[in-house]
Design a protein around this ligand. Structure first.
Ligand code: SAM
Length: 297
C-alpha cells in the first residue's frame, strides 16, 4: 500500500531515493559546506557520487569532505594558477565524454577560490558548464547582516598591505550598495579602522564562523566594531565584513568646509581623514573639498 504524503519523509518526497541518471559530459561546479557538513544539497551528493572525476584545490581537504558523505570518487588537484596541465587534463576528459566536478575547500568554487579560468576554458571549448548551488559565506553573511540586500557588491579579499587596502576602499567609497568583504582575524581591527576612516562610520556587521559551533554576527558602526576588535584582540576563525551603503549625508558643504578650514593646517590628507571620522562623510568627499579649499587659499 502506498504511503500518504504526511507519512513520507522529505527525502522520499523529493525523489532522493530514486537512482539519479549519470551526469552528462560537462563541468559541474559544485558548492560544498562552509562549516556545517549538513549544508550540502542532495543534488550535490548525486553529482559528486555520479561524475567520473572530482577536482579540488586541496585533495586532502576534499578527501575528508567526501569521506564524510561516504563518497570515494577519482580525485585530482586543480588550481587556476599552479598548473596549466591540470586544466588540459580536465578539458580532455570532458572531450572524451566524461563528467567532471569542481569543488573548493569550502563554499562555492570561483568565489575567492579557484575555477574561473577552468570555467572560461570549458565554455570556450563548447562544453556544458553546470552550477550546483549551495553554501557561500558572502551570501550567508549578507542575509544575516541586516544591511540592505537589494544592491550589494562583493569585494572578495582586500589587498593585505595597508596602502593597497586603503586604495581599494577609496575606490569603493562611492558605490551605492552594501559591500561584502572577506577578511582574516589578525587584520580585522586595522581593516575596520581603515573602513571607518575611508567609507565613513556606516552601520556594519562582522560575521564569524558561520554555520559552525561558534557562529557569531556582531553588528555596530564601523568605528564601534573597530574599537571592539582592537580591545578584544584578533578573533579566531573565518570572517566576512558586511558594510551598509553610503549614508545619506546630513553634512552640508558649508559645514564640511568650515570643519576642514579649521583642520587644514595639518595638511589636506589629515584634515580629510579627521572630517571623515568626526562627521561621518566619505573621505573621498572630504578630500575633494579639502583640496579645493587649499587651492582657493
Ligand atoms: N568559496 C568560499 C565561499 O563560497 O564563501 C570562500 C573561500 S575564501 C578562500 C575563504 C574566506 O571565506 C574566509 O577567509 C572567510 O573570509 C570566508 N568564509 C569562509 N567560510 C566562512 C565561515 N564559515 N564563516 C565566515 N566566513 C567564512
Amino acid at each position: 500500500m502506498s504511503k500518504s504524503l504526511s507519512e513520507t519523509s522529505g527525502r522520499e518526497r523529493i525523489g532522493a531515493r530514486e537512482p539519479s541518471p549519470p551526469p552528462e559530459p560537462g563541468l559541474y561546479v559544485v558548492a560544498t559546506p562552509i562549516g556545517n557538513l549538513r549544508d550540502i544539497s542532495l543534488r550535490a551528493l548525486d553529482i559528486l557520487g555520479g561524475v567520473s572525476r572530482v577536482y579540488a584545490e586541496d585533495t586532502r581537504v576534499a578527501r575528508k569532505l567526501l569521506d564524510a558523505y561516504g563518497l570515494k570518487p577519482r580525485l585530482g588537484a586543480y588550481h587556476d594558477y599552479s598548473d596549466e596541465s591540470a586544466r588540459w587534463e580536465i578539458l580532455e576528459a570532458i572531450a572524451a565524454g566524461e563528467s567532471v566536478a569542481l569543488i573548493s575547500d569550502a563554499g562555492t568554487p570561483l568565489v575567492s577560490d579557484p575555477g574561473f579560468k577552468l570555467v572560461r576554458a570549458a565554455i570556450e571549448a563548447g562544453f556544458k558548464v553546470v552550477p550546483i548551488p549551495g553554501a557561500c559565506a558572502a551570501l550567508a553573511a549578507l542575509v544575516a547582516s541586516g544591511m540592505a540586500t537589494d544592491r550589494f557588491m562583493f569585494l572578495g579579499f582586500l589587498p593585505p598591505k595597508q596602502a593597497g587596502r586603503r586604495a581599494a576602499l577609496e575606490e569603493a567609497a562611492d558605490i551605492e550598495a552594501t559591500l561584502v568583504i572577506y577578511e582574516s582575524g589578525p587584520r580585522l581591527a586595522d581593516s575596520l579602522a581603515d573602513m571607518a576612516g575611508i567609507l565613513g562610520d556606516r552601520p556594519a556587521a562582522v560575521a564569524r564562523e558561520l554555520t559552525k559551533l561558534f557562529e557569531e554576527t556582531r553588528r555596530g558602526t564601523l568605528a564601534e566594531l573597530a574599537a571592539h576588535y582592537l580591545a578584544a584582540g584578533p578573533p579566531k576563525g573565518e570572517i566576512v565584513v558586511v558594510i551598509g551603503p553610503p549614508l545619506p549625508s546630513e553634512v552640508s558643504d558649508d559645514a564640511l568646509d568650515a570643519f576642514l578650514s579649521r583642520h587644514l593646517s595639518s595638511g589636506v590628507k589629515a584634515a580629510a581623514s579627521e572630517a571623515a571620522r568626526a562627521l561621518g562623510v566619505s573621505r573621498k568627499r572630504a578630500y575633494a573639498r579639502a583640496l579645493s579649499l587649499r587651492d582657493e587659499a
